[in-house]
Design a protein around this ligand. Structure first.
Ligand SMILES: CC(C)(COP(=O)(O)OP(=O)(O)OC[C@H]1O[C@@H](n2cnc3c(N)ncnc32)[C@H](O)[C@@H]1OP(=O)(O)O)[C@@H](O)C(=O)NCCC(=O)NCCS
Length: 160
């Protein structure tokens, strides 16, 4: 059933949101990206070894949370060079426009910073989403994560 997009809101990341972003990250990989990668690859990717390091990393760059009321349901970030490093949506909220809302927020921030482009290393799972949003593949890549090789795509969107 279609869900009105204004049901969800965006808020800037705050230190108390660290565990919520970790939970979304792990569940999105284990329950959604697991369609496209094998169990060994998923186990290597879905790891947060140090929650404090994660929290520092999150706090040190613009990160936005998508919210359903007071519940975090997704997050995305933007590095100062235009790299969108993270885009993860809760398995309970797939296909409801949550990533679209997050990407619109990231794009607006990038334009305000005068960035010419946004780029990302998209998973096999996320590639169709980014293509739908005007990103193009620059290169197919094989990246190493904790001893496993994972395919992803370097993609960019030029900001007119
Ligand atoms: C990729 C991901 C972020 C998309 O989130 P989402 O909230 O479901 O995306 P949206 O509902 O905003 O989708 C926006 C559009 O992309 C399309 N889309 C999203 N995922 C798609 C897929 N796997 N295949 C085809 N189209 C897809 C939607 O159909 C929608 O199109 P529309 O605008 O015509 O309706 C989410 O599936 C996810 O968390 N995946 C697992 C984690 C992951 O791989 N993250 C990226 C790491 S690089």
């Amino acid at each position: 059933m279609a869900v009105p997009r204004d049901r969800f809101s965006i808020k800037p990341y705050e230190p108390d949101d660290a565990q919520a972003t970790i939970d979304i990250f792990l569940r999105a990989i284990r329950e959604i990206a697991s369609r496209d990668y094998n169990p060994e690859q998923i186990a290597a990717w879905a790891k947060v070894e140090d929650a404090e390091v994660w929290a520092r990393y999150r706090a040190n760059r613009p990160t936005w949370l998508a919210m359903d009321g007071s519940q975090p349901i997704g997050f995305a970030d933007l590095k100062s060079d235009g790299c969108l490093d993270m885009m993860f949506v809760s398995p309970d909220y797939q296909g409801k426009g949550v990533a679209s809302l997050l990407l619109a927020t990231v794009e607006k921030a990038a334009r305000e910073q005068g960035l010419q482009r946004i780029f990302t290393e998209a998973s096999l799972t996320a590639r169709p989403f980014f293509e739908r949003k005007g990103f193009v593949v620059l290169a197919a890549q094989q990246v190493q994560k904790r001893g496993q090789t994972l395919a992803n795509f370097l993609m960019e969107k030029r900001l007119a």
